[in-house]
Ligand binder design. Structure first.
Ligand SMILES: O[C@H]1[C@H](O)[C@@H](O)[C@H](O)[C@@H](O)[C@H]1O
Ligand SMILES: [Fe+2]
Ligand SMILES: [Fe+2]
Length: 308
């Protein structure tokens, strides 16, 4: 009897593996062609979130400082620190990073009272509920982990102004469609003849890959995960451009786009409602959701620990 029972177990196991690889294959097909619609009521939600005109002083002061200090010179220096060969990069798994980030209170965010880990799980859960591919769910789960840069002294982060908040390109005139556009008057780049010109240091169609976006959590996380995960380009664009509201929501800076960026814009726009509007959902139960997301993390970050 025993050998038969053992064989049954072995067969069950193989069957389980087959089913898993079939569902992986379906997911891979979905990753190429995925539905960019979401269940949110965009018109209603637009009136509820991101009301910067009514925002508190904390948010206003945050942007006043950010817009004065994000210069080309600062951006070059921040990137040099990130890439510096002498920097010892902290090593952490994705889940450890999520737990570490949880202590941060984002000064730029007018909309959420939840902790960071809850926001990440809320975004991921909303994507999962809508039947989107697993690579997009895991993107929701990690998209704000770049805020961890605040905790690495070697990155020389100056405060929150170079970590959170909406992003915009530097090296060309600041567009009026960025929130609080008048606060750029305090930025020295507005008095530089090249940086203050319509295309600045760029040329039309140069592609967003060649544009320097203000330094912060999007850019940092993009550089961390691009070579340390199996995520598709769409996921990397969702991470890199998720705070670039003047582009993905307001239609600014389109003249800088190259062909590839049109598909990336669609991806970022498909992602945005899950970042923003899931902020009104119920508080997720971290321990209940952990096993499912640990499975996704293993799939897309097979080496476990990442260098941050
Ligand atoms: O306040 C928020 C917050 O910091 C987000 O993480 C970021 O992606 C947004 O664009 C920003 O405006
Ligand atoms: Fe973010
Ligand atoms: Fe977010």
């Amino acid at each position: 009897m025993a050998p038969t029972a053992l064989a049954d177990v072995a067969d069950d196991h193989t069957l389980g593996q087959h089913l898993e690889s079939i569902s992986d294959a379906i997911d891979d097909v979905n990753s190429i062609k995925y539905d960019t619609k979401s269940k949110f009521d965009a018109a209603k939600d637009k009136a509820t979130f991101r009301q910067y005109e009514d925002a508190c002083d904390r948010v206003r002061n945050f942007y006043r400082e950010q817009h004065a200090k994000q210069t080309v010179a600062y951006n070059l220096a921040a990137r040099a620190r990130f890439y510096s060969a002498s920097r010892t990069r902290p090593r952490m798994t994705i889940w450890q990073a999520m737990e570490k980030l949880d202590t941060l209170v984002d000064e730029s965010d007018p909309d959420t009272s939840l902790s960071q880990i809850e926001h990440l799980l809320q975004s991921a859960e909303a994507i999962r509920r809508d039947g989107k591919p697993r690579w997009m769910q895991v993107t929701g789960l990690i998209h704000d982990l770049g805020k961890l840069m605040l905790f690495d002294p070697a990155l020389g982060t100056q405060g929150q102004w170079d970590v959170v908040g909406d992003t915009f390109p530097v090296g060309l005139a600041f567009d009026r469609r960025i929130i609080y556009p008048d606060t750029f008057a305090a930025n020295p780049d507005t008095r530089d003849p090249v940086y203050a010109s319509p295309l600045g240091i760029y040329h039309a169609g140069c592609g967003l890959d060649n544009v320097m976006l203000s330094w912060g959590h999007d850019e940092y996380l993009y550089h961390v995960v691009k070579d340390q995960s199996t995520l598709p380009d769409e996921a990397l664009a969702m991470i890199r451009y998720h705070s670039f509201y003047p582009w993905h929501r307001e239609g600014a800076y389109r003249e800088l786009m190259a062909d590839k960026d049109h598909a990336m814009l669609q991806a970022v726009q498909a992602f945005n409602p899950y970042d923003l509007y899931s902020k009104s959902d119920d508080v997720p139960r971290v321990e209940d959701l952990k096993p499912y997301y640990m499975g996704l993390i293993d799939k897309f970050f097979p080496q476990g620990e990442l260098a941050w």
